[in-house]
Design a protein around this ligand. Sequence first.
Ligand code: ATP
Length: 448
Amino acid sequence: MIIGIDDTDSRKGMCTTYLCAVLVDELKGYGDVSTPRLVRLNPCIPFKTRGNGAVAFEINMSPGKEEKVKEVVKARVSELSEVQEEGTNPGVVFIEDTALRAMNGGGSHEKHILNLKNFYETAVRDVLKIEHAYAIIAELQFDHFGLKNKRGLIGALAAASFLVLQKREPAYYDFTYELIAYRRKERWGTSRFIEEASVWNADEATYPATWDTVDLANKKLVLAPHSPCPVLFGIRGDSVDALYKAYQLIHAETTERKMLFVTNQGTDSHLITCEEAKGTVHDYHSYILDGVVESNPRTIEGGHVVFALSLPQNTNTEGHLECVAYEPTKGFRDIIRQLRIGDEVTVYGSFKNRTINLEKIELRKLNVEVKTNPKCTKCGRRMESAGRSQGYRCRRCKTYSSEKEVHIADRGIEEGLYEVPPVARRHISKPLIRVCKQEGIGNIHPGR
Ligand code: ATP
């Protein structure tokens, strides 16, 4: 049976991954429990607490235990969820073995797999209504459980769907790992003790098989949250061995437990390409868009850097939108400040209020031409304009030139892909170090 769970936490406490870890450990008494999945869904969803995460795991047990396992899950979700908080609306989806077998049997059930694939992909990139989840739950006859408005059923069904698809074909979606260490209950809400030097050491010993543990440029640890939740820290990466190696090297307060998750973090699964966008962009969605810089960047109040981008193919923005590198993206803003009108770029980020919140940028073709008024061939001084579309003249020497002079400027910046630093990275965004490893593309400038 596959069990998906979501929306159990609030800003004041709890974490759905912790609840999952508790259940995975407890349910080992009932059968074999798989490595749980942690999926990050659409990062623009307004209802999210933090990283819009949801979880799922599979339990293989002897017949007759399903009802007891469901009872345990419902009891833990009811007991540990922050239901007293307004925005917490837990949801649980159970996909029983009979349904799993039927789906894997092919035939008309293949349609059900497609439903789950669509649902997961829509949950990562788009905005769903609870009715969408209910429709699939009813059609596929999944058992489910929820509290309050049960919005968590959306995330629960998406996480369970991800696991169904991964079970059929492990590499169907790009994936990474996170090893999360949880605090003892009496320490929740107190400041975390993690020996800083040991984290730098762990990073040095395991990067780039692990990533987003530290931020070198900003001299910050990025493995621990700052909220009162049960998470002590999480180590993210592509190799399970490297994760455990880093874990062994980190000295910190005594933990209650740890749990390894297979996740869609660090994969850019949320981004909709130019071709997929088909010329329109919508609020609460994230895109990869090709355009040309239309205004020189300017720094606005708060330290954010903005520029206008021309997107001739785009219909619903009249071919223009704003791009912003927010203040927390720190040194990334220095790259953006160096853009010039005419630079051909590809921007990566989420869209809201006619603005792209930049996560990455590719400088495809820098505009290296600088045009100046020509010099007088007699006196060597710069000529002045002779009037609109009238060319240039030197009044003293009575010389004339019709064209500006073109110089090739040294832009002091290289073409290629740039990203926000780890301190400002979304869980789901793919760090460029992964792009280098997977695609071997040159001209990549990892931002740590
Ligand atoms: P944490 O990361 O700490 O677990 P969170 O940021 O995941 O917290 P949740 O408490 O899970 O936040 O709240 C997100 C809510 O949004 C859930 O109810 C989930 O079902 C719902 N949701 C997730 N993705 C979508 C989507 N694409 N469309 C509509 N609702 C969504």
